[in-house]
Design a protein around this ligand. Structure first.
Ligand code: GLY
Length: 379
């Protein structure tokens, strides 16, 4: 994987053999999306003959210039666009929406050379990606993520899927995109709470893989909160590079390496489940508090010094993210963790830090350790 940079564009190549692709990070260059897409399509068998695309987006984005800019650039590159607009929010990520999108594809007589363009946040990327993975056994997929969370996490790595009423993300596939186009200018209109939620995942990369990046986040926090384009491009590209390195080495989450991306998520998912998916804790906020709880668990096991947890809390606080789970019942949280996807042989597994920049997947923590860590985090 290589980085190439000029002042305004950063490009990374994700090396996955025949499924390799480029991630381009720009600030405000919508017209370049057309040539980027054409090149990405031309590098694949199905994409070479692509002349049409279904642009899948949500109502919020459809009313902003992003959708029209994206379609204009694609049309200019010889790709006729049809647009499907969905309601924003997690509730859209279901089989009914997928079915509606299949109808759109049938309606436009889509074949294996029709591209799917996922223009939106994580919900749109996951749903559009699922449709692209399954229609005609796989269509070329271009990710155009517009939220920070999608830019630094869900648009890279090929995990696509929808929710079952009883289980999030349980129906899905691995389907790598042909390219990822990230324009950080889309973050200018992102509600502050959504920006903060994306920053939780950004901080996560520093803790799990890159201590120097954590230092840089501390130093650049004011510029990031002020949404300075250089600062945003730098953090988005750094996170994509870190994620791409993990995905390159464990594309299908089979060796335990990709699981490191789940730091903060074992407790985080439990927080979401116990607090209810009604907005009290959004995903990024639950991950932020979950990272703190999991650091306290690592402290309890004697893996890290309390100073690391204190540094993490300080940085989260600068980004306006929570580090406490007060008000939630520890027994309920523990019960929710017993259903975590990483569990093996009835044991809850956690990704815990050994030091800043290095984590390990472990089942060394027993229920008392977990309860201790949850209480120390305010539960
Ligand atoms: N978001 C975790 C992963 O892509 O593996």
């Amino acid at each position: 994987m290589a980085d190439r940079a000029d002042a305004h564009e950063l490009r990374l190549d994700v090396a996955l053999g025949p499924r390799s692709y480029a991630i381009q990070v720009v600030s405000g260059r919508p017209a370049h999306l057309g040539s980027f897409t054409r090149r990405a399509l031309d590098a694949t068998w199905a994409g070479k003959a692509c002349r049409s695309a279904l642009v899948i987006t949500d109502q919020n984005l459809a009313s902003l210039p992003h959708a029209a800019n994206c379609e204009g650039a694609l049309e200019h590159a010889g790709i006729a666009c049809r647009r499907a607009v969905l309601a924003p929010g997690e509730a859209t990520k279901n089989l009914g929406s997928a079915s509606r999108l299949f109808d759109e594809l049938v309606g436009m007589k889509a074949d294996r050379h029709t591209a799917v363009i996922a223009l939106g946040g994580g919900v749109i990327g996951d749903l559009a990606g699922f449709v692209a993975a399954t229609y005609a056994r796989g269509l070329p997929l271009l990710m155009v993520p517009t939220s920070l969370l999608a830019q630094v996490d869900s648009s890279v790595g090929g995990k696509v899927g929808i929710n079952h009423p009883q289980a999030k993300n349980i129906i899905g596939a691995f389907h790598q995109p042909i390219g990822v186009w990230i324009d950080t200018d889309t973050l200018n209109t992102l509600p502050p709470r959504e920006l903060r939620c994306g920053l939780a995942e950004v901080v996560k990369y520093g803790v799990i893989l890159d201590a120097a990046f954590f230092d840089e986040l501390e130093a650049a926090s004011a510029a990031i909160i002020a949404r300075q384009p250089e600062a945003l491009r730098a953090i988005v590209a750094r996170c994509c590079r870190l994620k791409a390195e993990v995905v390159t080495r464990d594309e299908r989450e089979e060796t335990g390496l990709r699981a490191v991306l789940n730091f903060g998520h074992t407790v985080g998912h439990a927080i979401e489940a116990v607090a209810g998916y009604n907005g009290h804790f959004q995903h990024g906020e639950a991950v932020a508090a979950g990272m703190v709880a999991e650091c306290r668990l690592a402290q309890r096991l004697g893996w890290i010094d309390p100073a690391l947890t204190e540094r993490l809390i300080l940085l989260l606080d600068r980004f306006g993210l929570p580090s406490s789970i007060s008000g939630l019942d520890p027994a309920q949280l523990l019960e929710a963790m017993s259903r975590d996807k990483k569990n093996q042989r009835g044991k809850v597994r956690f990704v815990l830090p050994r030091c800043l920049g290095r984590v390990e997947l472990t089942d060394a923590a027993g229920p008392e350790d977990v309860l201790h860590a949850l209480n120390a985090t305010g539960a």
